[in-house]
Write a protein that binds this ligand. Sequence first.
Ligand code: SAM
Ligand code: SF4
Length: 301
Amino acid sequence: MNDKIEVFCSIPWEDLIIYADGGYSVCTSSERIDYANESNSHLMWNSEAVRNHRANILEGKREGVCKKCSYKTINNATPYGKEIEKTTFLKNPKTIAISPTEKCNLNCFMCGFTRKYHGKNRMAEGEELSVSFMENLAESYFSDLETLNSNCAGEIFLYTYLLDFIRILKEFKPKTVITSTSGSVMVGERTWEEVLSVHDKISFSVDSFDRNLHQTIRGFDIGKLLKNLEIVREIKKNNKIELGFNAVIMKMTIPGLFDFVQRAVEDHGAEFISFQNVFDFESESFSKEKRWRIFYNNQIK
Ligand SMILES: C[S@@+](CC[C@H](N)C(=O)[O-])C[C@H]1O[C@@H](n2cnc3c(N)ncnc32)[C@H](O)[C@@H]1O
Ligand code: SF4
């Protein structure tokens, strides 16, 4: 094997992804590598499952979740093939993407969680991480993190332990903390100030500023989002937080993309826009895979 590791996937050396059910992974696939609880959440990064996963990659073996990875189509190479330390035990992840809660008040057209909770009461049954799980994790990793994405699944404002989470972030603040919201929960100025005091970047998830299209995709009136946006822009005058938008690319939003970008920047103060779900692979372009169904406007339910 070449000494220079250039085709390996470096994600398991940098990223820890934690789901609201305690499942975790060191891969962008949603498959859990193992599960943790409040007593061992601080051990996830070097758990036996994670170390075995890294060892397999170091030995050039494609095992477990790697077998299904789309990047296999490109000569084993991955866009994440950075130089890595050839060890399975690592001090700290660079980034953590966490889902404190899966509770959500919406059932967005294209969201995978809409599918997961189809037929269930997501506000009541949505999974959540406990305060002790979060404390344990934060004490071990947060202060040395480059980036924490604090909300990957449900709606952060509906997290039962939001105030505890903010307290923990104040104590163990990672270098950069980012979050996203649908902007659908009517939040008071005071709560916004608290949330923004521990974040560096916030994105509103909005795929179109067209009132009807937004209602179709997200299921609520965009007026609510605009009210929340107004509060954030007011707070931003005295706070260095970066404001942006996340837009999922779908066939129905493409004709309006130019207008979307223009309005995001000129009318709504966007400093960044991130487009989701736009990646392609040589042999799988527009194939039957789930992510392409969203592009074709197939509602997830
Ligand atoms: C699952 S949501 C959780 C955070 C929050 N509820 C929100 O909507 O911003 C996280 C991000 O995933 C995006 N998203 C939803 N469905 C998606 C899909 N099918 N593919 C890619 N991103 C998607 C949302 O627009 C949002 O920006
Ligand atoms: S608001 Fe976010 S988590 Fe909730 S359904 Fe929509 S995209 Fe999914």
